[in-house]
Design a protein around this ligand. Structure first.
Ligand code: AMP
Length: 129
């Protein structure tokens, strides 16, 4: 079972943003910026583009809903989307509130946030869903 499946199951804690029957969203624990969210299918598939069309479309539409809420909750120019999957073999979309394109550089040092900051960010995104 992947670490993300354990998060969905509730065996590993996360800062949850939202879920549907087939999708789940939570804060990235090593955020590039405040409000960095991961959107994942509940079904354990390693590579995003191995998802059947209908599941990929469902996930992307779910990501759109989250990105709209992030844009309202987090001061940013727009929300960028990225797919890497080099670390966790469970398909996921990164949604990153950007002030500039530099915010999308995955080689940047990651933010260190307190538990309280994570909780407040998650709450503010959730409130804007
Ligand atoms: P990648 O597979 O290269 O797209 O990167 C995986 C992402 O998952 C990284 O940004 C990690 O910070 C994030 N990540 C790994 N474990 C957790 C976790 N337990 N909770 C939240 N985010 C995680």
């Amino acid at each position: 079972m992947t670490i993300f499946s354990k998060i969905i199951k509730g065996d590993i804690p996360c800062y949850k943003i939202a879920e549907t029957e087939n999708c789940f969203a939570f804060l990235d624990i090593n955020p590039m910026v405040r409000g960095h969210v991961l959107v994942i299918p509940k079904r354990e598939v390693d590579y995003l583009f191995d998802l059947p069309d209908s599941e990929l479309a469902d996930l992307q539409l779910f990501a759109k809903r989250i990105a709209i809420a992030q844009k309202k909750a987090i001061p940013c120019q727009r929300v960028g989307q990225a797919v890497l999957g080099m670390e966790v073999p469970h398909a996921h979309i990164h949604l990153i509130p950007m002030q500039s394109e530099k915010d999308m550089l995955f080689s940047n040092p990651k933010l260190k946030l307190t538990e309280q900051e994570f909780l407040e960010i998650a709450e503010s995104v959730r409130k804007n869903l």
